[in-house]
Design a protein around this ligand. Structure first.
Ligand SMILES: Nc1ncnc2c1ncn2[C@@H]1O[C@H](COP(=O)(O)OP(=O)(O)OP(=O)(O)O)[C@@H](O)[C@H]1O
Ligand code: SF4
Ligand SMILES: [Mg+2]
Length: 346
């Protein structure tokens, strides 16, 4: 298995120019992803996860957006790439799965046709070969009676089955990177677990790298090698999954962890919610964006944003002037071997 980076993101910025002014949705993000890795990107709603994902994939519309920095994806520079260049990698080298399968599927075309069309257009397969491969893909993603379901319309399938079809389309051209943005939000918990397990299984079968984007730390607890925690469009903590769960130093990471449901909690346990509201990105003031909500904030925090600094030599980084002491994660007190007893799935 190769461990060279297939994605190198350097000081990436995405700024929307809107009627209200400039909105820095992604504010200087740098990281690398190896060919055999699963990376989780977590953060509250509005923290910039989707904008970052779409910018990495070159999917950000070009009008009223300013991009800066660099994204090297499988040897292609994505920032400022032309649509023609991007088309050569979309769906063949990289694929994305979005939250709502209905927005990715055409409701008036059978699912079989949607997969085989994708194979014919992208790989130039014959009609007959594309059908055979499409049925194989439906089987691969666990759709029962794949031959009969080939002729079904998306509306005839459940939400979970539709998301499996979207994953089949995403995998149709054997991408080297699959980016799944909230792929299970809106599905019930058992189906969520099935879809996440499916992505995990396909990752090792198809030998791809995976980026899993979610607001739910439980989803990434047992399924990722590394995690990026985002706040106000920036990385505030990043490291191996175990380090983020057990040795995090940034108070926002702790707050996210405390607001994640745990299977081990008695059913009436009250979740701790993060006090205050996410920042107004139009009015960031140069200090730590988390300061208004942080119990550890000092004058220094309000005046100057902390840069990422090393917590260890394994790539664990955090941005905080007053980091939490090592080993104080609430998980260390839970006698748990698994990060967070994970997710709200059974
Ligand atoms: N096209 C756009 N024009 C202007 N602002 C935008 C645009 N797209 C996103 N934003 C803003 O960028 C910020 C980051 O949004 P983003 O969708 O990336 O958040 P997110 O972390 O994916 O949240 P969620 O968990 O709700 O999906 C938000 O303030 C959002 O309002
Ligand atoms: S820099 Fe200050 S305000 Fe920001 S998370 Fe650390 S302690 Fe809190
Ligand atoms: Mg999003």
């Amino acid at each position: 298995m190769s461990s060279s980076p297939i994605l190198v993101v350097k000081n990436l910025t995405t700024t929307f120019i809107t009627g209200r002014g400039r909105l820095p949705a992604v504010g200087g993000v740098s990281f690398e992803l190896n060919a055999d890795e699963t990376l989780g990107i977590v953060g509250e709603s509005g923290s910039g996860k989707t904008v970052l994902s779409r910018t990495i994939m070159g999917l950000q519309p070009r009008s009223n957006v300013e991009l800066g920095g660099s994204v090297q994806l499988l040897g292609h520079e994505i920032v400022h790439a032309s649509e023609d260049e991007l088309r050569t990698i979309w769906g063949t080298e990289v694929s994305m799965v979005f939250q709502d399968p209905m927005t990715s599927l055409n409701p008036v075309m059978t699912i079989g046709k949607q997969i085989s069309e994708s194979l014919r257009v992208r790989l130039g397969m014959s009609k007959a070969d594309a059908k055979v491969r499409a049925i194989d893909l439906l089987k691969l993603v666990g759709i029962p009676s794949a031959e009969e379901r080939y002729d079904a319309y998306p509306t005839q399938l459940s939400g979970g089955m539709r998301q499996r079809v979207v994953i089949a389309i995403a995998l149709s051209c054997s991408p080297q990177l699959l980016l799944a943005d909230e792929p299970t939000t809106g599905l019930d918990v058992t189906i969520q677990a099935q879809i996440l397990n499916l992505i995990e299984e396909l990752k090792s079968k198809e030998k791809m790298a995976v980026i899993l984007v979610t607001h739910d730390l439980g989803v990434v607890a047992t399924r990722t090698d590394r995690i990026i925690v985002m706040y106000a469009g920036r990385i505030v903590e990043m490291g191996r999954t175990r380090d983020v769960f057990f040795n995090h130093r940034m108070p926002y990471t702790r707050a996210l962890l405390e607001s994640t449901p745990k299977v081990s909690n008695p059913s009436h346990t009250r979740l701790i919610t993060i006090p205050g509201r996410p920042p107004d990105l139009y009015n960031l003031d140069g200090g730590c964006a988390f300061a208004p909500r942080c119990a550890y904030a000092t004058d220094q925090c309000r005046q100057e944003a902390p840069s990422l600094q090393e917590a260890n030599s394994d790539g664990h980084l955090f941005a905080c002037w007053n980091p939490l002491p090592v080993g104080t994660s609430p998980l260390n007190q839970q006698n748990s071997n698994e990060p967070n007893g994970a997710s709200n799935e059974q």
